[in-house]
Design a protein around this ligand. Structure first.
Ligand code: ATP
Length: 423
């Protein structure tokens, strides 16, 4: 029989998201049922490693009162790269502090990176853990849902709706870049929810055919459409720009810099635009110039005065970190409650080193190593565009199902976004 765990710690780690507080609260309140003490550690693995005892604080019901509706995290979050660079050294240091605090297991509220840290604590120091997936990006392969996603979408959609109003008044387009890093989940859902004219995501760059999108927008404007919204995930890439062109531009700038013709800032700008410039920003200028040329031609051909000097005036908006803050939605609070409770139930049962998930719309859990390995398998596939058949065959049935879900979900949402596009 598993030894009953009496004291656990909870951390929030990685990028913050809105329902982290609701999850902390759920962990603390659910732990009461099993007489498990909870210690909250501030600043994630950083606080755990370098700030004992200041960062360690016993959490009881009073401490988590009234936090359910608050954004951010009362435990603060931190990125702590040193852990990745020296996993064994940091794990040993952190585990020594956990030992001093009498902590026997850890609840990690965060993304896949944070779970990897948990596995290092297990590997080097035998500290067990349970993970609660929390990241606005909804990009953890082991689960259909991650905390914060619904609220991030709410924030994003509010921005888009506001932009739509003013776009309509002024006959404009707004290109909106939304968060999500290499994942297009926020972009796809937002595109459907606001009736965007088009959406570009990193998972399927070929699905965004720039020429076709612009032609259709021009046609729609010719037919009287006033407003357009085009959504880009922050990781969306312009695959139409040949790699050689980018390199040539950068090489020329480096030459100019060496010859003293441009300063360091100008060189950085060139590097930024060729390697880091977001496709969303590039699209703004392409749409402006292409639509101007198209309407000039149209006016010359038809003499229709309505189209004299016409073009699709286009503004740019980056949603960035505003997606992360604010009061969590009901959905996020409720799912956080279920996840926190499920995490504690696992600990009480002695079922450790697992990740709480949503599978087929229900709260479930799976082995943390398997969760991380299917995540890595998917990310590698995304990077290279193929996977090793033998490695695929080594996946469990559940991992294969999660992999297939992740591959299909974007395609399915893209099809819906296209079908419901307002052009
Ligand atoms: P989000 O996706 O919202 O950013 P995340 O948990 O994936 O959340 P990361 O920045 O990847 O965010 O990871 C959070 C922290 O977890 C890191 O700063 C580091 O301390 C730890 N961590 C990440 N990867 C590893 C690893 N491979 N080994 C040890 N620790 C890691």
């Amino acid at each position: 029989m598993a030894v009953q765990i009496k004291k656990i710690a909870v951390i929030t780690s990685g990028g913050d998201c809105q329902a982290m507080n609701a999850a902390i609260r759920a962990v603390v309140l659910a732990a009461r049922k099993y007489d498990i003490e909870v210690v909250g550690i501030s600043d994630g693995y950083y606080g755990m490693t370098y700030h004992y005892p200041e960062a360690f604080k016993a959490l009881c019901a009073d401490e988590v009162e009234n936090i359910i509706g608050c954004g951010g995290t009362v435990l603060n979050s931190a990125r702590f790269d040193e852990f990745e660079q020296d996993p064994e050294g940091i794990a040993r240091r952190a585990a020594a502090n956990l030992g001093k605090a009498g902590v026997e297991a850890l609840v990690i509220i965060g993304g896949d990176g944070s779970f990897r840290g948990g596995l290092d604590l297990l590997k080097y120091c035998n500290i067990p853990c349970v993970g609660i997936p929390a990241t606005i990006d909804n990009d953890i392969v082991s689960t259909e849902y991650t905390l914060g996603f619904d609220t991030a979408l709410r924030n994003t959609i509010e921005v888009c709706d506001s932009l739509r109003d003013t776009c309509n008044s002024h006959k404009r387009c707004n290109v909106v870049e939304v968060m999500g890093r290499k994942a297009g989940q926020i972009a796809l859902h937002a595109a459907i929810a606001v009736g965007a004219s088009a959406v570009s995501i990193p998972e399927a760059p070929g699905a965004f055919d720039e020429d076709k999108v612009i032609d259709r927008m021009i046609e729609a404007r010719r037919n009287g459409k006033r407003s357009f919204l085009v959504i880009f995930a922050e990781g969306a890439e312009n695959t139409g720009l040949p790699e050689n062109d980018k390199k040539a531009a950068l090489d020329a700038a480096v030459r100019d810099y060496d010859e003293g013709k441009i300063d360091a800032k100008a060189l950085t700008d060139v590097a930024f635009h060729n390697y880091k410039a977001k496709y969303s920003e590039q699209f703004v200028s392409t749409l402006r110039s292409r639509s101007l040329a198209a309407f000039e031609k149209y006016y010359a051909e038809t003499g229709n005065i309505d189209f004299k000097g016409e073009y699709i005036e286009t503004k740019f908006m980056r949603c960035a970190h505003m997606s992360r803050g604010g009061r969590p939605t009901t959905f996020d609070r409720v799912v956080a409650g279920h996840m926190g409770e499920a995490a504690i139930a696992l600990i009480a049962e002695g079922k450790l080193n697992r990740v709480i998930c949503v599978h087929d719309g229900r709260i479930a859990d799976m082995d943390m190593v398997e969760a991380i390995s299917v995540d890595s398998f998917y990310r590698k596939f995304r990077k290279t565009g193929s996977y090793d058949e033998a490695k695929y065959n080594e996946l469990t049935d559940l991992q294969k199902k999660l992999f297939a879900y992740r591959l299909n979900v974007s395609e399915h949402l893209l099809a819906t976004a296209a079908a419901l596009s307002e052009i």
